[in-house]
Design a protein around this ligand. Structure first.
Ligand SMILES: O=C(O)CCC(=O)C(=O)O
Ligand SMILES: [Fe+2]
Ligand SMILES: [Zn+2]
Length: 391
C-alpha cells in the first residue's frame, strides 16, 4: 500500500477511502505516544491528540478493513494501554502495536478527521421559509447536468421545496427523474400514482375536491420523506397548488400559543387508512420534536386522522390547539400558492412542507399529475456523490 497523496481525490474523502489512494493534505511534523494517546502536529500548525483505542480501531490495513468493500473488519474489544512504537514516514504516521500489528495512516486523512476539524458536508441544513420565499426552479435540461441536479437537490434539502420546469409532456417522466436519484418508495398507493379525478376514489386526492394542507401518509410509521408531483395536464378551472412550511408555522404556533404547541407535540393521536386490502395505522403526535425540542416533522392530515382517543378531560384542549394550528397553517401569510404548468414538477419534503390544492372543475378541462416518493437518504447520498466530482 502506498502512502502517496492523490490530489485527484475530493477534499473530503468518504470513510471508505481510508485505504489507498489517500487524500491530499498537510504532512505530519510530530507524533508522540503515551499510554493513552498519540499527540500529533501537522506542518500547517494543526495539533491533536488521538486516543490509542481510536487509532487501533481505525487501522486501514487489509486485515482491519476489507480491501474490496472497505468496510471495517476490526472489532474494538481489546484494551490498548501500551504505547505503540511511533514514527513519521515521509510525513505520514506509522505505528507498531504491542502484538506487532502495524498501522499506517495518511497525514491528510488524520487531518480531516481530527476532532477539532470543522465539519464539512455538502448536505445543507434546513432553513425555514421567510417572508416572500420563492422556490428555486431548475430547467429540466439543466437538471440532467450534475450542476443543475446538485443545485436542485441542495434547494430541496434546505428549503423543503424545489421545482423543475420546461420538461417534456411524457408519461412516466416523474419516474425517470426520480430514478436518477434512487429507487421510488412504494406505498399502498403503488410506487407511482396518478392524481386525477377517478371513479370510485380511495383517496381524496383522486377526486376534484379542494385539499386542505396535509402531509401524505402520516398513518405510516415512516411517512415518505420526499414527494414528487409532475404535471402533465392542467386545463381545468381551479386546481392551484398550495404549500406551507410546517416547521415555520409550528414555530409560529410555539411563539403565539405555547400551550397549543405543547398539546400538539405531546399528545399522541391515531392516524389510520383502511380500504379493502389495507389497514395501516400509527399513533403519534401532530408535531414531532427531537430530543432538543426542535420541530422535525409534522403529521397533519385531517382525512385520515382516526377517532380521537384521549382521556375525555384532555379532548377539548386538543381540539382548541388543533384549531389554532389549522388557522395559522392556512393563513395567507404562511401560504405559498401557484398553478403547476404542464411540464413542471414540484418536489417537497413531505414530512415538513404541507401541500394542498384548490378544488377544480373537471368539466372545464383535464388535470393530471403523476406522483412518486423518495427517501431523503437517497437525495443526500446523490448530493454527496455529485459533490465528489464538483470539488
Ligand atoms: O392534486 C394535487 O395537486 C395534490 C394531490 C395530493 O395531495 C397528492 O397527490 O398527495
Ligand atoms: Fe397529498
Ligand atoms: Zn490493521
Amino acid at each position: 500500500m502506498s502512502l502517496v497523496a492523490d490530489t485527484a481525490r475530493p477534499a473530503t474523502t468518504p470513510d471508505m477511502a481510508e485505504l489507498a489512494p489517500f487524500p491530499a493534505g498537510p504532512l505530519l511534523t510530530e507524533a508522540r505516544a503515551d499510554a493513552e494517546a498519540v499527540a500529533l502536529a501537522w506542518e500547517d500548525g494543526a495539533r491533536t491528540c488521538l486516543p490509542l483505542l481510536w487509532l487501533r480501531d481505525h487501522c486501514p490495513c487489509p486485515a482491519c478493513r476489507h480491501p474490496q468493500t472497505r468496510e471495517r473488519l476490526h472489532v474494538p474489544l481489546d484494551e490498548v494501554s501500551t504505547p505503540p512504537e511511533t514514527r513519521i514516514e515521509e510525513g505520514h504516521l506509522w505505528l507498531c502495536w504491542e502484538d506487532s500489528h502495524e498501522s499506517r495512516f495518511a497525514a491528510g486523512w488524520l487531518h480531516q478527521r481530527r476532532p477539532e476539524a470543522p465539519a464539512t458536508s455538502p448536505v445543507p441544513a434546513r432553513r425555514a421559509w421567510r417572508e416572500g420565499f420563492t422556490p428555486v426552479r431548475v430547467r429540466h435540461a439543466d437538471f440532467l447536468t450534475p450542476e443543475g441536479e446538485a443545485t436542485w437537490l441542495e434547494a430541496l434539502l434546505r428549503d423543503g421545496l424545489a421545482l423543475i420546469d420546461q420538461g417534456p409532456l411524457a408519461d412516466e417522466e416523474v419516474s425517470r427523474l426520480a430514478e436518477r436519484i434512487g429507487p421510488q418508495r412504494p406505498t399502498n398507493f403503488g410506487a407511482r400514482f396518478d392524481v386525477r379525478s377517478k371513479p370510485n376514489p380511495n383517496n381524496a386526492a383522486y377526486t376534484a375536491i379542494g385539499l386542505a394542507l396535509h402531509i401524505d401518509l402520516p398513518n405510516w410509521r415512516q411517512p415518505p420523506d420526499i414527494q414528487l408531483l409532475y404535471c402533465l395536464e392542467n386545463e381545468a378551472e381551479g386546481g392551484e397548488s398550495l404549500f406551507a412550511d410546517g416547521i415555520r408555522v409550528a414555530e409560529a404556533l410555539r411563539e403565539a400559543d405555547p400551550e397549543a404547541f405543547r398539546v400538539l407535540s405531546e399528545e399522541a393521536i391515531d392516524f389510520r387508512f383502511q380500504d379493502e386490502t389495507h389497514d395501516i395505522a400509527v399513533r403519534a403526535p401532530v408535531i414531532g420534536c427531537d430530543a432538543e425540542g426542535r420541530v422535525v416533522e409534522l403529521r397533519f392530515n385531517n382525512w385520515i386522522r382516526d377517532t380521537l382517543r384521549l382521556p375525555a378531560e384532555r379532548m377539548t384542549a386538543w381540539y382548541r390547539a388543533y384549531r389554532h394550528f389549522w388557522q395559522l397553517l392556512h393563513s395567507p401569510r404562511f401560504q405559498l400558492d401557484f398553478s403547476l404548468a404542464p411540464g413542471e414538477m414540484v418536489a417537497f419534503d413531505n414530512r415538513r412542507v404541507l401541500h394542498g390544492r384548490r378544488a377544480f372543475d373537471p368539466n372545464t378541462g383535464a388535470r393530471h399529475l403523476q406522483g412518486t416518493y423518495l427517501d431523503r437518504d437517497l437525495l443526500e447520498s446523490r448530493l454527496r456523490v455529485l459533490s465528489r466530482s464538483r470539488r
